[in-house]
Design a protein around this ligand. Structure first.
Ligand code: ADP
Ligand code: MG
Length: 347
């Protein structure tokens, strides 16, 4: 987990760990020139992540739009090949696998997307959409129709809908179809990329509850991506907060909500309304100045220094180490020793 570990390849991860990520980097080259193209720089979308996802847990990855969450999810599944770093699924290093070998592993790792409108082929019936991964993975049997009906039922849809088209369903139902499709091949691990961000608030809780019950029933492991901390509160076991291509804090849910240590996490938390009216009246929102800087030239030292309300000189000079400050609570901030000052900003 800690940065100092990254040079020691871990070939035999612990039993309870399903996914191990070591120094993951994804840099998209920037080309210039018309006839002869030259690489003139890189978008450092993901810039050195190390963490583990334990079997059966939900680890949430939270941060503002553009901070590299989707790229991280896609790089774990090898839909984008990482520039640097290792991704182990159990003890298999996915980054070393050729396309053919990856195909076998892909059955065990699936993805659910943000936009159920864009991710389902409008010309295919629901039955075909859900059966497609079974066919791709050569798992189709004469009983495929039964399996699709079973999947529809599993996600709370009427099996009689099997011959309908995506446009005949509501947003929430479409997301259920996306979930059924991901589950068709019996995966162990699912990257859920903002799966409820485009749904009505009233539907969001239903889809979260469905995902939780499926996790329990099928023993699934989730990487759950979201852009704010309110959504992940009820689903996460642990939460990683990401800022400009790096993880700035990682902790179990209770520690993160009750004792957020990084000023960025504190700002994200301060944006969430509190249901208790008395506490809500006292809530002090931390407004961050400026926008998230460009991942082409991230600020020197701590990347958060241009927006941090507590910034000191050292933050401009030295990059803070991502380190464990209490049991299983990791943070990258120079000021964390001074925990009293940090805690005074708690919401
Ligand atoms: N295929 C790509 N080519 C070039 N840049 C990309 C590509 N995909 C993402 N990016 C850039 O990488 C950064 C992170 O993007 P993304 O992972 O989509 O963030 P998030 O999911 O947190 O909103 C952004 O600056 C984005 O513009
Ligand atoms: Mg995204």
């Amino acid at each position: 987990m800690i940065e100092t570990d990254i040079n020691q390849p871990k070939t035999n991860p612990k039993q309870d760990t399903l996914i191990t990520i070591q120094n993951l980097q994804v840099h998209f080259p920037i080309f210039q020139g018309i006839l002869v193209q030259k690489i003139v720089g890189a978008i450092k979308a993901v810039d050195g992540l190390s963490f583990e996802i334990k079997r059966g847990e939900t680890l949430s990855l939270v941060g503002e739009s553009g901070c590299g969450k989707s790229t991280t999810g896609r790089a774990i599944l090898q839909l984008i090949r990482p520039t640097v770093g290792k991704v182990y699924f159990e003890d298999t290093d996915l980054t070393r696998l050729e396309a053919e070998e990856l195909r076998g592993m892909r059955r065990r790792m699936q993805m659910i997307f943000q936009d159920p409108y864009a991710s389902l082929n409008p010309r295919m019936t629901v039955g075909k959409i859900i059966a497609e991964p079974l066919i791709i993975h050569n798992l189709s049997t004469p009983k495929i129709h039964d399996r699709v009906e079973e999947l529809l039922e599993l996600v709370g849809l009427n099996p009689q809908f099997i011959n309908r088209y995506p446009h005949e369903f509501s947003g929430g139902q479409r997301q259920r179809i996306g979930i059924a499709r991901a589950l068709a091949v019996n995966p162990d691990f699912i990257v859920c990329d903002e799966p409820i961000a485009s749904l009505d608030v009233s539907i969001q809780a239903q889809v979260i509850n469905l995902m939780k019950s499926l996790q329990k029933k099928l023993g699934l492991t989730y990487l759950f991506i979201a852009h704010d901390l309110s959504v992940v509160r009820h689903i996460s076991k642990r939460i990683a907060v990401m800022y400009l291509g790096k993880i700035v804090e990682l902790a179990d849910r209770v520690s993160l909500y009750q004792n957020p240590l990084h000023p960025y996490t504190q700002a994200l938390l301060s944006a969430i309304p509190i249901p208790d009216p008395e506490l809500e009246a006292k809530r002090e929102r931390i407004i961050l100045k400026d926008d998230i800087p460009s991942p082409i030239n991230p600020p020197k030292g701590c990347r958060f220094n241009t927006r941090c309300p507590l910034v000191v000189d050292r933050c401009h000079q030295e990059e803070p180490e991502f380190r464990e400050v209490s049991s299983e609570h990791f943070v990258a901030c120079h000021l964390v020793e001074d925990s009293q000052q940090m805690n005074s900003n708690l919401v």
